[in-house]
Design a binder for this molecule. Structure first.
Ligand SMILES: *Cc1c(COP(=O)(O)O)cnc(C)c1O
Length: 299
């Protein structure tokens, strides 16, 4: 499995004398996409070590993590159970249809109950009801996920100054920060509104993994476009243009927002001349089918 670095050509990069590579994590695996593969890798190993036969995890109805876990279970010989937020809608949307085809068993819980998904009593009940599965939290973020994401850094064979990624739960950026161990600069673009709440969680994730805290990173919270999975016409236009120029597909939930934000920062002169940037394409392209189905939007 390979995630090559692809250097972009763009007038703005020339103008500001910047070098920008895209780390194509979206090409790591056809179905266990991008950062979800990194986050699952050591969890799958741990589940095997513990002799578990089943993976149980959580997500929304269009979740990249649900799709990735279902595919990983099929490929590596685990049964998978997905606890899905909200009610069942038939026919299944493309994400849940795919998960089901990979053998995932879906269980729907109310939004109220879903809020308790990290509470010990709730997890204990699931463990009993589903025969002691290996539990993977929402978005797959835990210490083993952070470990997996440090390997994104190991995989980069060019010298760079700044690395950036989109952030949801913060597991991926925590891995980048831990992997760099205080070197270079890391930028996270939260896909959620009010992304500042992530700061402490990321610090905690980095600390739990490495026993250290680092200050060479920052969240850029201005590019959420109204909130998680919210889309605006200028974002879609940017994505279409980007795809046309660079032949790299994006999606509007994470990677589209990150690249929009990155190019906006570049245009505003945020980066010093000569800065070498790596932007991590975290994948998630399976979600585009859901946008088409739900909103009639062609991404
Ligand atoms: C899940 C996901 C993210 C967010 O990763 P976190 O580790 O939760 O911050 C970013 N990009 C894509 C494409 C994703 O699917």
């Amino acid at each position: 499995m390979q995630a090559p670095l692809q250097q972009l050509q763009h007038p703005l990069l020339q103008e500001h004398k910047l070098i920008l590579w895209v780390k194509r994590e979206d090409l790591l695996h056809p179905h266990i996409s991008g950062n979800k593969w990194r986050k699952l890798k050591y969890n799958l190993q741990e589940a095997k070590v513990q002799g578990k036969e089943t993976l149980l995890t959580f997500g929304g109805a269009y979740s990249n993590h649900i799709a990735a876990t279902a595919a990983a279970g099929a490929e590596f010989g685990f049964k998978t159970i997905g606890i899905i937020r909200g009610e069942e809608h038939l026919p299944l949307n493309p994400t849940l249809q795919f998960a089901t085809e990979q053998g995932m068993e879906l269980h729907y819980i109310s939004r109220e109950l879903y809020r308790h998904k990290n509470e010990p009593y709730f997890l204990a009940e699931l463990a009993v009801n589903y025969n002691q599965p290996y539990l993977v939290s929402e978005g797959g973020t835990n210490q083993l996920a952070v470990k997996g994401c440090t390997e994104i850094i190991d995989d980069i064979d060019v010298d760079f100054d700044v690395i950036c990624c989109a952030s949801g739960t913060g597991g991926t950026i925590a891995g980048l920060i831990a992997g760099l161990a205080g070197e270079k600069q890391v930028l996270g673009f939260p896909a959620l509104k009010g992304g500042d709440f992530l700061k402490d969680e990321i610090d905690q994730l980095v600390y739990n993994y490495s026993g250290e805290n680092y200050s060479n990173w920052q969240l850029i919270t201005d590019y959420h476009f109204g909130g998680y999975a919210k889309v605006k016409p200028e974002l879609l236009e940017f994505i279409h243009q980007f795809q046309e120029q660079h032949h790299i597909p994006l999606e509007p939930v994470y990677t589209g927002k990150m690249f929009y934000g990155l190019f906006d920062l570049i245009a505003k002169g945020y980066f010093a001349k000569g800065t070498r940037i790596v932007a991590v394409h975290t994948g998630g392209l399976q979600g585009n089918a859901g946008f088409k189905e739900r909103l009639g939007i062609d991404v």
